[in-house]
Design a protein around this ligand. Structure first.
Ligand SMILES: Cc1cc2nc3c(=O)[nH]c(=O)nc-3n(C[C@H](O)[C@H](O)[C@H](O)COP(=O)(O)OP(=O)(O)OC[C@H]3O[C@@H](n4cnc5c(N)ncnc54)[C@H](O)[C@@H]3O)c2cc1C
Ligand code: SF4
Length: 477
């Protein structure tokens, strides 16, 4: 260990831009074993590991780096999977620069961070290849059951943990496949779908029941599900796209980001998608304009590049330094030829029936607002036009009206519409109903959804166990 002085930082090889633009495969190669060992040996084994503190799962990073450096991969895998239900997913898509790696001590001393995410991915991908990842074998089946609404990372992590305790678990989801945004939001070039599918298959092989194409609120109410299970988890994510109210918003060929990304992901999975197959949601040959500066916007521009768009522009109202998206993803998009039009905001969409351009206002940065970021202000007479025949709006997501959808007006929500929970017990305003993931936090990260799912499982087990004890006492009396 401590080889950071002599061994330089190396990330896995990134595929050449020309090659990666031609397909939807992931852009980083896997480490070879010797490289993973070498890179892990750069860790300084800090007494107080800041990487671990800043990982939402508090992964025991120094230990699995040391074991990897020593070639003890199976033990590294055991430690890594003990705190994380999807280490190979997090290794691929966590914004490490803001979490574990952003707090690596050797980075602070100018040597370049240990490449924690890549090693984490390497360990678990190797575990899958070697057959070390096994379905859960329940030693003692419990009679109680839980229902999980939503098969995204929060719901899946909770389902897995509850199954480990021995509960019967049923996961309900309105999509036709489990995985939530891991399947239909995040594109293949960041997270190949087989990675998610082998995880959900493992959960099915562990005895977890999945009911797909099942929308709570339409197919059954929350009350119905409550009467069938001993506890319920709501992990439905946030899906209401934020709108942009400017003239021309009703023109054809202006779409929310999730419509565009879901269509592309479905095509990758081999589905028929009418709006893509008839060319409307396909960027090929088009002048594409994406509005927004977050990670979803980056996924849209890079998807449009791979669909062979004629040009791809990204409009963002602040400058590059103030973009909310991960710097790594912005860099990838720039390499792939995306044209960023910084300090611009759309003023109107132009066209008769279909959009053919966007009128934009040029902005400058003023004083910081309540978020601490400098407020964008329009420059007088700074308007100009950009050609566009496909516009994608990526301005963020809000929660749907869950109490109304679920026909549960007694389910309390915050002023933002996220579900209110007791932060200690993770229970909502309804007894026996818990909530986790984006529907509680607002749009966030996969690693936080996993964390919440695990915490919810612990609390649901406590809740059911205490009820069991109470019933026993009453029976004995
Ligand atoms: C395009 C995009 C890219 C992203 N990229 C990254 C990234 O690179 N790294 C990262 O860490 N995070 C990323 N995120 C964020 C991340 O995907 C989410 O934070 C995470 O998936 C939230 O998990 P969740 O389980 O709370 O919700 P979701 O993943 O949204 O899952 C919720 C599930 O609930 C189901 N559902 C909803 N309503 C109902 C209902 N009424 N009945 C039944 N089922 C229902 C949905 O069908 C869905 O399957 C990205 C998000 C988007 C949109
Ligand atoms: S889960 Fe994410 S933050 Fe935690 S160690 Fe892995 S990559 Fe880093």
């Amino acid at each position: 260990m401590l080889k950071f002085v002599d061994v330089n930082q190396e990330t896995p090889i990134k595929r050449k831009t020309d090659s990666r633009k031609k397909d939807f495969n992931e852009i980083y190669d896997q480490y070879i074993t010797d490289k993973a060992k070498e890179q892990s040996s750069r860790c300084s084994q800090c007494g107080v590991p800041f990487c671990q503190i800043h990982c939402p799962l508090q992964n025991n990073i120094p230990d699995w780096l040391k074991l990897t450096a020593e070639g003890r991969l199976r033990e590294a895998y055991e430690i890594s999977q003990s705190t994380n239900n999807m280490p190979e997913v997090c290794g691929r898509i966590c914004p490490q620069d803001r979490l574990c790696e952003g707090n690596c001590v050797i980075e602070q001393s100018g040597h370049g961070t240990v490449t924690i995410g890549s090693v984490e991915k390497y360990i678990t991908d190797t575990a899958w290849d070697k057959g070390w990842v096994k379905p859960i074998k329940v030693t003692k089946e419990l009679k109680e059951s839980i229902g999980v609404i939503g098969a995204g990372p929060a719901g899946l992590a909770c389902a897995e943990e509850m199954r480990k305790y021995g509960y019967k678990v049923t996961v309900y989801d309105r999509y036709d496949r489990p995985g939530g945004l891991l399947i239909y939001g995040i594109p293949n070039f960041k997270l190949e779908k087989f990675v998610v599918e082998r995880r959900t298959k493992l959960l099915k092989d562990s005895g977890i029941k999945f009911i797909q194409n099942f929308e709570v609120g339409k197919d059954k109410t929350l009350e119905d599900l409550k009467s069938e299970h001993d506890a319920i988890l709501i992990a439905t994510g946030v899906y209401k796209a934020r709108e942009i109210e400017i003239p021309g918003s009703n023109l054809e060929n202006i779409f929310p980001a999730m419509d565009f990304l879901t269509a592309s992901n479905r095509k990758g999975l081999g589905d028929k998608v009418k709006l893509f197959d008839n060319g409307i949601l396909n960027a090929e040959g088009k002048e594409v304009v994406v509005i927004g500066g977050g990670d979803t916007a980056m996924d849209c521009v890079r998807t449009a590049v791979r669909q062979k768009a004629k040009s791809v522009k990204c409009l963002y109202r602040r400058d590059k330094a103030n973009m909310p998206g991960s710097a790594r993803e912005v860099g990838n998009a720039e390499e792939e030829g995306v044209d960023f039009v910084w300090l611009t905001t759309p003023k109107s969409f132009i066209g008769d029936k279909k959009v053919n351009g966007v009128e934009v206002s040029k902005m400058k940065l003023g004083e910081p607002d309540s978020s601490g970021r400098r407020r964008p202000i329009p420059i007088i007479d700074g308007d100009f036009k950009i050609k566009a025949d496909l516009v994608i709006k990526s301005l963020g997501f809000d929660p749907e009206n869950i109490p109304k959808l679920f026909n549960s007006e007694n389910l309390l929500v915050s002023k933002w519409g996220t579900i209110k929970i007791d932060l200690k017990t993770m229970q909502t305003s309804i007894d026996g109903v818990f909530a986790a993931g984006d529907i509680v936090r607002g749009a966030s990260l996969v690693v936080w959804a996993i964390r919440d799912g695990r915490d919810a499982a612990e609390q649901m087990d406590k809740y059911i166990s205490s009820k069991r004890q109470k019933n026993k006492k009453e029976f004995a009396a």
